[in-house]
Design a protein around this ligand. Sequence first.
Ligand code: SF4
Ligand code: FE
Length: 503
Amino acid sequence: MNATQALPARKLESAAERWSRFKPIVTGEDYLNSLRGRPLKLFLFGKQESNPVDNPLIRPSMNALRQTYDLAIEDPELATAHSPLINARVNRFLHIVESPHDLVMKNRMQRRMGQLTGTCFQRCAGLDTLSVMHSITYDIDQKHKTQYHRRYIDFLKKAQTNNIIVGAGMTDVKGDRSKRPHEQADPDLFLHVSGRNDQGLFVTGAKAHMTGGLNSHWIFVMPTMNLTEKDRDWAVVGTVPTDAEGLTFVYGRQSSDTRALEGGTIDVGNAEFGGQETLVVFDNVFIPYEHVFMDGEYEFAQEMVARFTSYHRASYVCKTGLGDVMVGAAAAAAEYNGVANVSHIKDKLVEMTHLNETIFSSGIASSYSATSLPSGIFINDSMLANVCKHNVTRFPFEIARLAQDIAGGLMGTLPSEQDLTHDEVGPILDKYLKGRADVPTETRVRMLRLIESMTVGRNAAGYLTESMHGAGSPQAQRIQIQRQMNVEQKKSYARRLAGIKSE
Ligand code: SF4
Ligand code: FE
């Protein structure tokens, strides 16, 4: 925890040495190739996995990120923006928010990405961190005369030039929730500075359910909550390459994930795309000072987290893209059953759409209402961002319930793909699982499997669990809403109209 501790045996790579391993990525294929051959320490099913790119359980999560590169080529207006830092167009996932319009475009891109992948595409926490750190490093420098902002801009320029993915390691494992970091029985339960020398510092701890952990090229570590003076060693922000020495990834399971190992494309529901969460363990991982952006300035942790949540809770309009897929899947399933024109089906689709658009309204309103920060960038309206995320903790569950209602019980009782294609029982299933005569049985089965995947299968982690807990669980938004709801002001409106002069 301090300079007197024995230094761990780690390669003390400089920032330049770390960047020398990268070359600019252009296409989605380049991105996949950039993930090959990295000396990662990754555990999955009790074994070390040395080739995650070709692991059929992991690959769909990389495909979702690959799509962020492909979209930038297919629709540059939506998915790229001009960066004044390097005077070039950059992927919007690496762009610093210069105006409310940038936030609106970010939201539109997120919805589009949700429509294209039907899952979590894992890049938004990193994106939102980039803007947070722009303003926080500036503010710390103003107060402490530090050099963080210049260092940070250097990092950002390289990130944009190399078109890499930055992941956000924010959520500490937290141990005893009633205790602050310095009060924990084990100091590692919150990531902290575990040593330092004249070239940099070392961090130890673990970041929980990190979205797109091993699919990123660099990981930002940052505090997860407000800190006190005694938590100074935990007030650290820095960035490390995903293959840094001392990092261990443990892959998070998702329901029905092993269906991806069965070889087919039907039972997985969405064969191409999936999400990813990993536990990332840091054992004395070295960070050169050039890549340290907070080092003990504990009083900025709370504001840093608040800014992150303002951005990230509006980023959850991503789920409206998935909601669009759910509405489409339910409508198609009804059509295949021959009930597309039944009035209660149409009404349920209207309800699903209303809920989905309500989420989008709050997110996009939060972006249009953005305000500026001292470093010159813009940030979402906090109240509306919290309302957006709070809607997301509820409405996708109702949308999923209605989709299951429309899909019917067969969604949960379908035989396997192997039976559907079996010589003897396959034709029997083809006959008895048929809906409308002009719709192939396999078409109907595929649509039901997609709904299953998004509501109880692998992609339910992305559509439902993440909607509940990502960017803070529901109570975290209620606390923010309560803090900002200004009841006294509202009482004064009421008293005035009721003719009450004073109490
Ligand atoms: Fe992006 Fe949504 Fe996934 Fe968060 S949950 S990384 S906002 S797609
Ligand atoms: Fe998230």
